[in-house]
Design a protein around this ligand. Structure first.
Ligand SMILES: Nc1ncnc2c1ncn2[C@@H]1O[C@H](COP(=O)(O)OP(=O)(O)O)[C@@H](O)[C@H]1O
Ligand SMILES: [Mg+2]
Length: 235
């Protein structure tokens, strides 16, 4: 049996209280097997980022349990959550969050210097097709290239799971496809579980598993028997 990377039981998240309370998650039960590409698809405001932040150890649920393998994230101290993120989790966000005063290589080194079993920064940048650009600053790179640096930074620690929150949200179709191709490579070559959060339905076709999300809960889980490559996606 394939081990789950994540499973959650009854995750709820309420922001604020009283009449202004926002119920962002309403009892989410979720299983994500190791090694899959999973697309979490839903409209803006449906709670996707909230869920990703909780299973990524960036935020805490109001109620319920979130397991990484057999460890309950809900019971961890802040320090344990930090170690969990450091050892296992890579993040890629819509707006690349690179340090503008550091080169591509130096941005990746920020992570490899503290990781337990890192790749060589140049190797991570070669993996995303930026071998020739390691000494360039973010301002010298296109949006798609900056996102690939951000992916290199996230994968250089050899993460168990790569969380990508709207990774192509700021990109055109050609560069967006290139970024999705890199995510596919990371899944295939490193065996990392890749979770892509998006509101773009077309990206579901490249997933092993599509979690349809609406109004703070899962509506449907679809297993794709056949996947499309990012090139084949109808953007
Ligand atoms: N820090 C916060 N404080 C208050 N409300 C929040 C906060 N973060 C998100 N929300 C609300 O929770 C709901 C879900 O947000 P989010 O998880 O960002 O959705 P999505 O990523 O699907 O667009 C939205 O109504 C949003 O306004
Ligand atoms: Mg979001």
């Amino acid at each position: 049996m394939v081990q789950n990377t994540f499973s959650t039981k009854g995750i709820t998240k309420v922001y604020g209280e009283g009449r202004s309370a926002v119920h962002a998650l309403r009892g989410v039960d979720l299983d994500i097997p190791q090694g899959e590409i999973v697309v979490l698809l839903g409209p803006s405001g449906s709670g996707k980022s909230t869920l990703l932040n909780i299973i990524g150890g960036l935020d805490r649920a109001t109620d319920g349990d979130a397991y990484f393998r057999d460890q309950n994230l809900s019971g961890m101290t802040d320090k344990q959550l930090t170690m969990y993120r450091r050892d296992h989790v890579g993040f890629v966000f819509q707006f690349y969050n690179l340090m503008p005063s550091l080169t591509a290589r130096e941005n990746v080194e920020l992570v490899t210097e503290i990781a337990r079993d890192p790749m060589e920064p140049g190797e991570a940048l070669a993996m995303v097709g930026l071998r020739e650009r390691v000494d360039h600053f973010p301002a010298q790179l296109s949006g798609g290239e900056q996102q690939r640096v951000a992916i290199a930074r996230a994968v250089a620690k050899n993460p168990t799971v790569l969380f990508c929150d709207e990774p192509t949200g700021a990109l055109d179709s050609t560069t967006g496809r290139a970024v999705l191709n890199v995510l596919k490579d990371v899944n295939e070559k490193l065996g990392a579980t890749v979770l892509i959060v998006t509101h773009a339905a077309s990206q579901a076709a490249m997933a092993d598993r599509v979690i349809h999300f609406a109004d703070g809960d899962i509506r449907e889980v679809v297993i794709n028997k056949e996947k499309l490559t990012p090139e084949e996606i109808n953007w």
